[in-house]
Ligand binder design. Structure first.
Ligand code: GLA
Length: 714
C-alpha cells in the first residue's frame, strides 16, 4: 500500500446515464475501482469514505503479508496472485513489472492515469471513462522507456464484478449458427473464450456477461464486456480464492508478435463494459452509444436485395437484370451483386485477388447491369473480399510472396483460399487501387466486404514474424481510405456470415451480415444475441426463399418478414421464380418495413422473459415510449393449450395505449378455435397492464409470428 492510508485523497466519482464508477487512485499503488454499477451517490458528490479502505483484504495464514485486492493493473510485485495486467520480458529477462500510479488527470466523465515502472523501463497510460449512455470504456497504452526491446505477451483490461455475479452468459456458434447462448455458474477459477483466428469468429462471445442467478433480459443485475477489435482476442471471467470476481478483455498476440522497440507504444483496442438490470438495459447502452456516433448510418436503411442465394456464381445478364426488375417491383432500394463477377471466378476455387470484371461473363463490363439497376431507381452495391487470394489467381501467380504464411509451405487452405499480406505496402496498394478503380468506373454506393477464412500462421513469410495485429490495423486503414475517397460509401462487414462483428470494425462499416443462415427460426436467437451489442439497423436481415437453402425448412413468408423486420431489411431469394401474388405479398411486407424503419432504427429494443419456451416476444419502443412494434412468435408447440399470458416490456406504465394487430401472420387457426377477443378489435390498456400481466398469447402454428402495434391512445 502506498503511504498512509488514513490520508486518503477523495476518490474520483464518474456518473453518467444512471451509471456510476468510483476510481480510487491513492489507496493502492495501482488505480482501484471499488464500485461500478447503478448510481448510488448524487451526481458530483464526493465519496464520504474511501470504499477502497473498506475493501482492503485481511492478511491470512499461508498468504502474502500485504495482499492486494483487484486493481485495474494487478501485478505479482504488488501481491496479486491471479491473472496479471501485463506479461512480457526483455529477451527472457526482466519479466517482473511494478507499474505504480504516477499521475492522474480527471475531466468530466474521463480519467487518465499514468503508471510508471522506472526499474523495468515501462510506463502505462490508462484511459477510463463513461460514455453518455453509461458504457464504461478502457484503453491501455504501454510505452517502452528503456533502450532495449520489450516483448509484450499480454496487456489486459479489468472490470470488477459485484459479489452478486454468480452466473455467466456468453455465446458460441459456428458457420450458419452464430451467437447461440450458453450459461454456467461462476465457480472458483477462470472461464475464458479465445479467438486465435485473426477475427472474432463465428463462435465469438461478442458479450461476456455475469450476473445474479437466472438474470434475464428484463431483470437481474448483470455486467458484460466487449472488445472493440476485429482480430484475435480473449474475454475471460474469473473468481479467485480471495473472492475477487472480474471480467477481463485483451487482444491475443502470436508468440513474439508485439515487440516494442525503445520509445515505442502499444495501444490496446478499446474495451467496453455495461451493467443493467437485465440484458435489455445492457444492450440499450451499446445501442445508444453506437447511435450517437457521427458516422452512424442516419439515412433510412434501404431495403436491400442481395443476389447470392438467387444465383450464386451463375452470373448471367438477363437473369440478373430480370432480378433487378423484380427487386424494383417489390420496392427494393439497393441491389447488391454478390460473388462471381470478377476474373476467373466461376466458383469458389479461383479468382480472389483478380479484382477486374470478368470479360467472358461481362463483355461490356458491369455497365449494362449497373445501368439497369440505377434506371430502376436502386443503388448499386458490389461484393468484394479484398483481404483474400486464391492460389489459383493471376495475383497469386504474380506475387506468391504477398501471401501470409509462417513456414515454407502455405497455411492450410480454407475455402481454397489464402490471406493477402496487407502489411506489405505493395500488396496493400494493389488492393486499394483496384477497389478505387472500380469505385471510379462504376457508381457503386455500397460494398459487401467479405472475409471467408480464419487467419492461420499469419506471418511475414517462412521463418518470419507474426503479423495478425498489423493485418487488422491495415484492414482498418484500407476501409478508412476508401471511405475518405468516397464519402457516403457504405460498407457491410461479412465474414462467412457473422464471423467479424465487433465495435472495432463498426467504426468503418455500416451493416453486418449476422449469418449466412436466413432461416427465421434460427435467426431468432442469432439476432437476439447479436443485438446484445449491435442495434437492429446494423443487422442485415433478409427474406429467405420459401425453402431455406441452409436448413431445408419450408418457412412462411410472413414469419420470415416478422423476424427480418427488427433489423436492416433485405431480400435474398430468386424473385424471378415468384408469381404475381407472391410479389404483391413481398411488396406489402417491404412497404410495412419502410413505414416502420424509422422506429426500428431509433427505438429501444426489448425482449420479454417468458416462462413458456415455446413463445418469443420482442419489440422496439420509441424513445418517447408512445409507439412500439412487437412480434409474438410461436417458436414450437407449447405445453399449454390455450396459451398463457405474454407481456410487452419497455412501455410507460402510465400511458394508455391502443393495441392492434399490425400485420397478420400466416397459418394460425386450428379446429374449434375461436377468435382471440383482444385481437378482434383494437383494445386500450395502460402500459402497466401491458407490461404486467400482459395479454393472452394467441394460438398460432409453430414458426409463425404476429406483429402488434402499441400506440399511445392520446
Ligand atoms: C460468404 C458470405 C455469403 C456470400 C458468399 C459468397 O459465404 O457470407 O453471403 O457472399 O461468401 O462467396
Amino acid at each position: 500500500m502506498s503511504g498512509d492510508i488514513t490520508a486518503v485523497i477523495q476518490p474520483i466519482v464518474l456518473t453518467c446515464a444512471d451509471t456510476q464508477i468510483v476510481v480510487d487512485t491513492h489507496t493502492f499503488e495501482q488505480p482501484y475501482v471499488p464500485y461500478w454499477g447503478p448510481q448510488v451517490l448524487a451526481e458530483n458528490s464526493e465519496c464520504a469514505r474511501s470504499d477502497a479502505i473498506a475493501s482492503i483484504p485481511q492478511r491470512v495464514s499461508g498468504g502474502v503479508d500485504s495482499p492486494s485486492p483487484l486493481t485495474l493493473v494487478p501485478q505479482a510485485a504488488s501481491g496479486w496472485l491471479s491473472t496479471p495486467a501485463i506479461e512480457g520480458h526483455r529477451a527472457g529477462y526482466d519479466f517482473v513489472t511494478k507499474l505504480v500510479t504516477n499521475s492522474v488527470e480527471a475531466a468530466k466523465n474521463r480519467v487518465k492515469i499514468k503508471l510508471v515502472d522506472g526499474e523495468a523501463g515501462l510506463s502505462l497510460t490508462l484511459d477510463i471513462g463513461l460514455t453518455l449512455s453509461g458504457l464504461l470504456y478502457q484503453q491501455a497504452h504501454l510505452t517502452n522507456d528503456a533502450d532495449a526491446d520489450y516483448t509484450l505477451d499480454a496487456l489486459r483490461m479489468f472490470f470488477p464484478l459485484p459479489g452478486s455475479a454468480v452466473e455467466v452468459l456468453d455465446t458460441t456458434g459456428h458457420h450458419l449458427r452464430e451467437r447461440s447462448p450458453q450459461r454456467h455458474n461462476l465457480t472458483i477459477g477462470k472461464y475464458q473464450r479465445e479467438s486465435r483466428r485473426g477475427r472474432p469468429g463465428a463462435d465469438s462471445p461478442l458479450l461476456l456477461a455475469a450476473g445474479t442467478k437466472g438474470f434475464g433480459f428484463e431483470s437481474g443485475l448483470v455486467h458484460g464486456i466487449h472488445l472493440g477489435w476485429s482480430g484475435s482476442q480473449r474475454l475471460s471471467v474469473e473468481l479467485t480464492t480471495a473472492a475477487d470476481r472480474f471480467l477481463v478483455a485483451e487482444e491475443l498476440f502470436e508468440p513474439g508478435e508485439m515487440i516494442l522497440e525503445p520509445g515505442q507504444t502499444y495501444s490496446s483496442p478499446v474495451s467496453y463494459g455495461a451493467w443493467g438490470d437485465g440484458l435489455n438495459a445492457v444492450s440499450a447502452r451499446f445501442h445508444q452509444h453506437l447511435r450517437s456516433r457521427a458516422t452512424h448510418p442516419s439515412s433510412p436503411r434501404p431495403v436491400t436485395l442481395n443476389t447470392w442465394e438467387a444465383v450464386y456464381f451463375d452470373h448471367d445478364f438477363d437473369k440478373l437484370a430480370s432480378l433487378a426488375d423484380r427487386a424494383a417491383r417489390v420496392g427494393a432500394e439497393r441491389y447488391v451483386l454478390d460473388d462471381g463477377w470478377f476474373s476467373g471466378r466461376r466458383d469458389d476455387t479461383a479468382g480472389l485477388g483478380d479484382w477486374f470484371v470478368d470479360q467472358t461473363v461481362w463483355p461490356k463490363g458491369l455497365h449494362p447491369l449497373v445501368g439497369r439497376v440505377r434506371q430502376e431507381g436502386m443503388e448499386f452495391g458490389l461484393w468484394v473480399e479484398p483481404e483474400m487470394v486464391n492460389p489459383d489467381s493471376d495475383l497469386a501467380r504474380r506475387h506468391p510472396e504477398w501471401i501470409l504464411k509462417g513456414r515454407e509451405d502455405l497455411p492450410v487452405a480454407a475455402r481454397q483460399q489464402q490471406v493477402l499480406n496487407l502489411t506489405n505496402p505493395d500488396a496493400y496498394r494493389y488492393v486499394r487501387d483496384r477497389l478505387l478503380a472500380l469505385l471510379r468506373e462504376y457508381p457503386i454506393s455500397y460494398l459487401k466486404w467479405d472475409h471467408n477464412r480464419d487467419l492461420l500462421e499469419a506471418g511475414s513469410g517462412a521463418g518470419g514474424r507474426a503479423l495478425a495485429h498489423r493485418q487488422t490495423k491495415a484492414l482498418y486503414n484500407l476501409l478508412q481510405e476508401l471511405k475518405e475517397h468516397q464519402p457516403g460509401l457504405e460498407i457491410e462487414s461479412c465474414a462467412s456470415g457473422g464471423a467479424r462483428i465487433d465495435m472495432g470494425i463498426a467504426e468503418y462499416t455500416d451493416r453486418f451480415h449476422p449469418s449466412d443462415c436466413l432461416d427465421p427460426q434460427e435467426r431468432l436467437a442469432n439476432q437476439k444475441y447479436t443485438g446484445l451489442v449491435m442495434p437492429p439497423e446494423l443487422l442485415g436481415a433478409h427474406l429467405t426463399a420459401p425453402k431455406v437453402h441452409s436448413t431445408g425448412r419450408i418457412v412462411d413468408l410472413e414469419f420470415s418478414a416478422a423476424v427480418a423486420l427488427l433489423g436492416h431489411f433485405g431480400i435474398e431469394w430468386d424473385l424471378t421464380g415468384a408469381d404475381d401474388a407472391t410479389l404483391d405479398e413481398v411488396s406489402r411486407l417491404v412497404e410495412f418495413y419502410k413505414q416502420n424503419r424509422e422506429l426500428i432504427s431509433t427505438g429501444t429494443v426489448v425482449h420479454a422473459d417468458l416462462s413458456d419456451p415455446a413463445l418469443d416476444v420482442r419489440g422496439v419502443v420509441s424513445e418517447d415510449k408512445r409507439n412500439a412494434l412487437f412480434t409474438i412468435t410461436q417458436v414450437t408447440t407449447s405445453a399449454f393449450h390455450p396459451l398463457g399470458m405474454v407481456h410487452f416490456p419497455g412501455l410507460d406504465p402510465k400511458t394508455v395505449y391502443r393495441v392492434q394487430l399490425a400485420l397478420a401472420g400466416g397459418d394460425k387457426t386450428g379446429p374449434g378455435q375461436s377468435e382471440m377477443p383482444w385481437l378482434a378489435e383494437s383494445m386500450e390498456l395502460p402500459g402497466a397492464a401491458l407490461m404486467h400481466p400482459g395479454v393472452r398469447a394467441p394460438a398460432q402454428n409453430p414458426e409463425n409470428s404476429l406483429i402488434i402495434r402499441i400506440e399511445a391512445a392520446k
